[in-house]
Design a protein around this ligand. Structure first.
Ligand SMILES: Nc1ncnc2c1ncn2[C@@H]1O[C@H](COP(=O)(O)OP(=O)(O)OP(=O)(O)O)[C@@H](O)[C@H]1O
Ligand SMILES: [Mg+2]
Length: 232
């Protein structure tokens, strides 16, 4: 359906403002970008520059005030919430900055969720494989509250890739991990990128991780300050 010359993900003049206690706050101001299928793309910038907000808009979790996002040929602003959710289930994996694991489910059950949503019959064994891949095979029966922050993050990463999404969005995927575990998670993300052509869109403060990506943009106060890497 998609070829490698067409962007898999495109943002056109995306803007977002919120009404805060100190009046209107422009979080994103006319951000445009194009990401090709199979590309790895890093979003960097200072705290508060709008990275998480942009990631949420690109993944269809939130809607811009103006401008548009096109994901795999679908203009997200033309879809209602239900249609966007369906598209996310089919195409997208998302690792939140705060993990968002369901507290009443074990690690394994959390990872099984995206597979169960698509009716997979082998959800449990695939969830176990994904937990093994992030080094948590021995923690699969643990609940999120019984896991360390870095372990919860790895469960969230396993949940995001277990259903082989076309695009994996990750907000600070190595932020809470020690150097060695962080390195292992990076290798895992890039293995998905190489082996399965999974497009990676990563928010990161980790310069080494950003440098490993094909392209990077830097946000400053909601604007694209700089971009680098091969030309789009
Ligand atoms: N719902 C909201 N209401 C009010 N202000 C918001 C809201 N969401 C985000 N902001 C503000 O928008 C700005 C950008 O937030 P965002 O979370 O996108 O930043 P970030 O670049 O991800 O930062 P960090 O590196 O700290 O995670 C911040 O100043 C934040 O306070
Ligand atoms: Mg953030």
């Amino acid at each position: 359906m998609s070829d490698s010359s067409r962007p898999l993900l495109e943002a056109r003049d995306v803007s977002k403002s919120v009404d805060g206690p100190e009046g209107r706050l422009d979080i994103l101001d006319k951000v445009s970008l194009q990401i090709r299928p199979g590309e790895s793309f890093a979003i960097v910038g200072a705290s508060g520059s709008g990275k998480t907000t942009l990631l949420g808009l690109l993944a269809g979790l939130d809607t811009p005030d103006s401008g548009g996002v096109v994901l795999d040929g679908h203009a997200l602003q033309t879809l209602d919430e239900e249609a966007r959710a369906d598209l996310r289930r089919r195409l997208v994996g998302f690792v939140f900055q705060s993990f968002h694991l369901l507290p009443a489910l074990t690690a394994e059950e959390n990872v099984m969720l995206p597979l169960e949503l698509e009716g997979a019959s082998d959800a449990r064994s695939r969830a176990r494989d994904a937990l093994e891949a992030v080094g948590l095979g021995s923690r699969r029966r643990h609940y999120p509250a019984q896991l360390s922050g870095g372990e919860q993050q790895r469960v969230a990463i396993a949940r995001a890739f277990v259903h082989r999404p076309r695009v994996l969005f990750a907000d600070e995927p190595t932020g809470n991990l020690d150097q060695r575990t962080g390195h292992h998670i990076c290798d895992l993300l890039f293995a998905l990128n190489h082996d399965h052509h999974t497009t990676l869109v990563l928010v990161t403060h980790d310069a080494t991780l950003a440098a490993r990506c094909d392209r990077r943009i830097e946000l400053e106060e909601g604007r694209v300050l700089a971009s680098s890497g091969e030309a789009a």
